[in-house]
Design a protein around this ligand. Structure first.
Ligand SMILES: Nc1ncnc2c1ncn2[C@@H]1O[C@H](COP(=O)(O)OP(=O)(O)O)[C@@H](O)[C@H]1O
Ligand SMILES: [Mg+2]
Length: 237
C-alpha cells in the first residue's frame, strides 16, 4: 500500500477563542493549513485577524481549543507542558517585530543564550550569516533597529531550529532597513533551505513567498501558490 508522506507542518480544523461571554473572540476559526519544507509562506491580513495567534499555535507558545497541529509526526495539543516548552525551545526560531533582545547583553551573548550547544561555532556562524561579525561585542543600544533585528535573526538561526516563525519582522523598521532584514530572511530560505512563515501587513513582501495566505476574522480566505516568486532586490516598498 502506498503511504502518503505527511506534510512538514499540518494544521487541521484549529480553533482558538479568547475571552468569555460578550467579550469572546474567535481568534482562529477552523484553520486548515499544510506547510511544506524549505518553503517561504507569507500570511497577510488586517490587524486583529488572527495572524499572531496562528504563529503562536504553530510555535507552541499557547494551546489551541480544538483541532490539531502536527509537526514531525507529533501533535502539539497532546504534548505535556514540559514537552511543549522543549518544542518551543528547540524546534522553532522566532523573530518578532520588537526584536526582544536583552539590553544588558552583547549581540554575541544574546545569540549565545539559545544557541545549539552541540554546535560550538553556532554563534559565530549565525552572526556572520547576518553580516554582524564586527558587532558581536556591541550592546543592543549601540545598534540600529535593523542591526538589532539581524541579531534577533542570528539568535533564531543559532538554535538550528526546524523552522522559523517571523511576526511582522519589518514592522518596526523604515523601508530601506526592512529590505536589508528581508534579504537575510530570504537567504535563510533560498540559500540554506530553511522553512519560514512570515506574518506581515506588507503586500510587497508576499511577492517573495512560495505560498501566500490571506486571513480575515480568524479564517483563511485564500491560500495560493505564488507562480512568480520575486527576490527582495526586485520588489519595492
Ligand atoms: N491574549 C489575548 N487575550 C485576548 N484576546 C486576544 C489575545 N490575543 C489575541 N486576542 C484577540 O484575538 C484576535 C486576533 O489577534 P491577533 O492574532 O493578535 O491578530 P493579528 O496578529 O492578525 O493582528 C484579536 O481580536 C485580538 O484582540
Ligand atoms: Mg499580530
Amino acid at each position: 500500500m502506498e503511504s502518503k508522506k505527511e506534510p512538514f507542518i499540518s494544521v487541521k480544523d484549529v480553533c482558538k477563542t479568547y475571552g468569555e461571554g460578550d467579550a469572546r473572540v474567535a481568534a482562529l476559526d477552523h484553520i486548515d493549513l499544510d506547510i511544506e519544507e524549505s518553503q517561504l509562506i507569507v500570511v497577510l491580513g488586517n490587524s486583529g485577524c488572527g495572524k499572531s495567534t496562528l504563529l503562536n499555535m504553530l510555535g507552541g507558545m499557547d494551546r489551541y481549543d480544538s483541532g490539531s497541529v502536527r509537526f514531525n509526526g507529533t501533535e502539539l495539543g497532546k504534548m505535556s507542558d514540559k514537552k511543549l516548552t522543549a518544542y518551543r525551545r528547540n524546534t522553532v526560531g522566532f523573530v518578532f517585530q520588537s526584536f526582544n533582545l536583552i539590553a544588558g547583553l552583547t549581540a554575541k551573548e544574546n545569540v549565545s543564550l539559545t544557541a545549539d550547544p552541540k554546535e560550538p561555532d553556532a554563534v559565530k556562524n549565525a552572526l556572520e550569516t547576518v553580516g554582524l561579525s564586527d558587532k558581536a561585542d556591541s550592546y543592543p543600544s549601540q545598534l540600529s533597529g535593523g542591526q538589532q533585528q539581524r541579531v534577533s535573526i542570528a539568535r533564531a538561526l543559532a538554535k538550528n531550529p526546524e523552522f522559523f516563525l517571523c511576526d511582522e519582522p519589518t514592522g518596526a523598521l523604515d523601508s530601506q532597513t526592512g529590505r536589508v532584514v528581508m534579504e537575510y530572511l530570504e537567504k535563510l530560505v533560498r540559500e540554506y533551505g530553511k522553512t519560514m512563515i512570515i506574518v506581515t501587513h506588507n503586500q510587497e513582501i508576499a511577492r517573495l513567498a512560495d505560498r501566500i495566505i490571506h486571513m480575515k476574522n480568524g479564517q483563511i480566505i485564500s491560500n495560493e501558490v505564488n507562480t512568480s516568486i520575486m527576490k527582495v532586490n526586485e520588489i519595492e516598498w
